[in-house]
Design a protein around this ligand. Structure first.
Ligand code: HEC
Ligand code: HEC
Ligand code: HEC
Ligand code: HEC
Ligand code: HEC
Length: 201
């Protein structure tokens, strides 16, 4: 070896251990910060999907969309009657359910509950899954009309654009952010109005 040549000093064993410890600690902190960031960003997007913990709320009656839509072939608009006509889609009263369930589902616990609601005339207090704040105006009818015409499809085929596949899980959950940025992006893409007064009272 030529004297004066630069030589990297070999680290001692204890130095190696320290370096290793710093590395592990650094990685741990990075992972922690990433986790926090994911939570903040997903909360901000209004989508608590992180790690798949995004279950819909428990409902007073465990209503299975999949039974009615997939197995029985019912149209979304059969129950959500107002969706092509007005602002709210609406959820039917027990009366509509009982046109079938007076006779269908004897002995099933959820149907017993349903009949009790029907007999007492009490409304079923379904837990709302999607809700825009009070200062925001949302109108189902305009969206269904536009997309059924633009894509030449049935109203039923439009719902999944915003609600995903409601038959995929036992409990309906929100799968799209539907925050202002999301609404405005879609409006811009489809040439719909984006001035504030379109969506704000
Ligand atoms: C047999 C009646 C029936 C049919 C058919 C039906 N639904 Fe529902 N839907 C309900 C009931 C009852 C609820 C309330 C309980 C719940 O959230 O599971 C509901 C809830 C929902 C919600 C959540 C509402 C909220 O609180 O935000 C969405 C979204 C929805 N339905 C979409 C659909 C779509 C899309 C279809 C067609 C693919 C469909 N539904 C077909 C009865 C029905
Ligand atoms: C067109 C007829 C029809 C209508 C309308 C209807 N259902 Fe059903 N529903 C059925 C049939 C058929 C089944 C399957 C019953 C079975 O598995 O024995 C079913 C199953 C169910 C079940 C599952 C029962 C279980 O424990 O397996 C629930 C809960 C239910 N319906 C609630 C409702 C509610 C709430 C409404 C009104 C929003 C409604 N249904 C409207 C026909 C209907
Ligand atoms: C452009 C997005 C979009 C489309 C398409 C859409 N929804 Fe909705 N839906 C929403 C938003 C946003 C809310 C919350 C509205 C509110 O808080 O007033 C909602 C709420 C609901 C609700 C609960 C409150 C209510 O209005 O009764 C039901 C049920 C529902 N949608 C069903 C449907 C069905 C069925 C279809 C298809 C025929 C559909 N939606 C299509 C965005 C959409
Ligand atoms: C999937 C795309 C899409 C999304 C998401 C969407 N919109 Fe729209 N919206 C449209 C289109 C397209 C129209 C134009 C319909 C027309 O030209 O008649 C429209 C029309 C409207 C209108 C006008 C209704 C009227 O008076 O004629 C309102 C209000 C509205 N949207 C509010 C909202 C809000 C609030 C959200 C978010 C919660 C939202 N939209 C999300 C596509 C979307
Ligand atoms: C296409 C529909 C749409 C349009 C157009 C729109 N907004 Fe919004 N805006 C929403 C929705 C939905 C919310 C509620 C969800 C959220 O907080 O993002 C909201 C929330 C807000 C809020 C409250 C934010 C908060 O943190 O609570 C303000 C302020 C606001 N909008 C201002 C405006 C202004 C100013 C314009 C015009 C430049 C505008 N918006 C245009 C849909 C819209």
């Amino acid at each position: 070896m030529i004297p004066g040549d630069f030589q990297v000093k070999k680290p001692t064993k204890s130095q190696m251990w320290k370096l290793g410890a710093v590395g592990v600690l650094g990685l741990g902190m990075l992972a922690g910060v990433t986790l926090v960031l994911i939570f903040v960003i997903s909360a901000w997007l209004g989508r608590p999907v992180v790690f798949g913990f995004n279950e819909g709320p428990d409902q007073p009656i465990a209503f299975p969309h999949v039974r009615h839509v997939t197995d029985l072939g019912m149209d979304c608009t059969f129950c959500h009657r107002n969706v092509t006509e007005g602002a709210a889609a609406t959820i039917p009263s027990a009366g509509l359910c009982l046109t079938c369930h007076m006779t269908v589902g004897d002995g099933l616990a959820e149907i017993v509950k349903l009949r009790e609601y029907g007999e007492s005339g009490r409304p079923i207090d379904w837990v709302r899954v999607h809700r825009v704040p009070d200062h925001v105006r949302f109108v189902h009818e305009a969206h269904i009309r536009f997309f059924t015409q633009a894509q030449g499809v049935e109203a039923q085929a439009v719902c999944s654009t915003c609600h995903g596949d409601v038959t995929a899980t036992d409990k309906v959950r929100q799968v799209r952010s539907l925050k202002m940025g999301d609404c405005v992006d879609c409006h811009r893409d489809n040439g719909a109005p984006t001035d504030c007064s379109t969506c704000h009272f």
